[in-house]
Design a protein around this ligand. Structure first.
Ligand SMILES: Cc1cc2nc3c(=O)[nH]c(=O)nc-3n(C[C@H](O)[C@H](O)[C@H](O)COP(=O)(O)OP(=O)(O)OC[C@H]3O[C@@H](n4cnc5c(N)ncnc54)[C@H](O)[C@@H]3O)c2cc1C
Length: 392
């Protein structure tokens, strides 16, 4: 039994870390999502460890009997709050745990590989690179493989990465050394989207050195905004700012849900309060804090360890009901939209640019609206006919 038969999984990479023969690699599949592959299959002993730690292969979550407490929270450090996606809670947790001799396994953008990657931060300076959500699937393998199970770590990641990670530390009886943090997760878009988007950016700025996916220069509620820094062809420094409210193409495609991983539509088990983490964070979008422009984090703790960690933070923490904390969050998985097949086809086509993909999205969305318009009167007529039939 091994992961060689698994397709369209979460691509969390925990199988590659767990494999004692080190024969599992994680690479992008044709749709642009990470997936395991077994190299040298004849060296596999079928020990089953890779499947054992794989959250995709299990229906139930690895954390049993969660004890849920929920909060609205933000960092008391204004600079941190401004730089982070919502209230800066994940950075504050990392900072606190560094002081307690933990190492932090978190995610940064690597401009050389043009991707998000897990890495180990051992100082505040190193932790700073984890600030901000990178709305692409992270490559976990190098970061995860550096972990020494005998030392203490905070692990941050998507809920599926964290669920597999808990299976791994349960298997090796070292849960006490780890604190796990995940977030409400919308889903991850195809890496083909990010590649095409940055190809377009590189026409103006061939060298990218920094990317922030959530920029608050126009306030938190307009922070679906990408700021990219780098160098022009002339070697001069340059900055590009592009927000969803002004039609940013990355966000248009990502948030239309037309290019998420198959696993995000069909197999995500982690919406709302379903988590295997000690702590879950997110954006608190509800009515109660609707006028805030700096950013409020939604925080849920599931374990006494998670609760204890929050008590010591340099943050404002307000106990709120779970309804307030999860207002505006996805409560179920997105349905596969009408435009999905055509948008994915465009993204998979090397000849097409991000502008072509946006045109595909617009064309398919228009078709869908027209179909609905035609279907609506027909459905109304059928309903009237059925009602008349039952009356007769
Ligand atoms: C793909 C994705 C989808 C998300 N969907 C939602 C959602 O639907 N609703 C919601 O409320 N919040 C969502 N979030 C979380 C949200 O963007 C903020 O991270 C959260 O509000 C916490 O903000 P912060 O200010 O504490 O931290 P931030 O400064 O944003 O900290 C980000 C933390 O997330 C980790 N991280 C960043 N990028 C990735 C990545 N690609 N993979 C794994 N870990 C990463 C970092 O290591 C860091 O610990 C999503 C995040 C990602 C990456």
């Amino acid at each position: 039994m091994n992961v060689s038969q698994i397709k369209d999984c979460y691509g969390c990479g925990v199988c590659a870390m767990a494999c004692t023969k080190q024969i599992i690699t994680i690479s992008l599949n044709s749709n642009g999502f990470y997936e395991p592959q077994i190299q040298e299959i004849d060296r596999c002993t079928n020990c089953g460890l890779c499947v054992n730690v794989c959250s995709y292969s299990h229906n139930e979550l690895s954390l049993k009997n969660p004890r849920i407490k929920s909060f609205a929270a933000w960092s008391n450090n204004e600079e941190i709050r401004t730089k982070c996606s919502s209230g800066g809670i994940s950075f504050e947790i990392g900072k606190l745990l560094l002081q307690q001799k933990y190492k932090i396994c978190c995610v940064k953008y690597n401009p050389q590989n043009n991707r998000a990657e897990h890495y180990i931060a051992k100082s505040i300076e190193e932790l700073s690179a984890s600030i901000g959500s990178k709305y692409i699937q992270s490559y976990t393998v190098n970061g995860f493989k550096e972990i020494n199970r005998k030392e203490k770590y905070l692990i941050t990641g998507t809920p599926c990465q964290i669920d597999s990670f808990r299976r791994y530390i349960q298997k090796f009886h070292c849960e006490d050394n780890f604190i796990l943090l995940d977030f409400f997760c919308h889903g991850v878009p195809s890496m083909h989207l990010w590649t095409k988007y940055t190809q377009w950016i590189k026409q103006q700025m061939p060298q990218i050195t920094f990317v922030s996916w959530r920029n608050k220069q126009n306030g938190w509620h307009d922070s679906w905004a990408i700021k990219i820094k780098g160098y022009k062809k002339t070697n001069q420094k340059d900055t590009i700012y592009s927000s969803r409210s002004q039609g940013d193409m990355f966000y248009n495609l990502f948030l239309s849900d037309t290019c998420l991983g198959k696993q995000c539509y069909q197999n995500c088990k982690y919406k709302c309060t379903n988590s295997s983490a000690d702590i879950r964070i997110g954006d608190l979008w509800g009515q109660k804090y609707a006028t805030d422009q700096k950013g409020i984090s939604a925080v849920i703790t599931f374990t006494p360890k998670g609760e204890e960690c929050l008590q010591k933070l340099n943050c404002t923490m307000l106990t709120e009901s779970i309804e307030v904390v999860t207002e505006g969050q996805m409560k179920s998985n997105p349905a596969i939209p009408y435009a999905y097949n055509q948008v994915m086809k465009s993204l998979n086509n090397n000849q097409l640019s991000i502008i072509d993909c946006i045109k595909t999205l617009q064309r398919e969305s228009k078709k869908e609206r027209n179909i609905k318009r035609i279907k609506h009167p027909i459905r109304t007529l059928v309903n009237i006919f059925n009602k008349l039939k039952t009356k007769l």
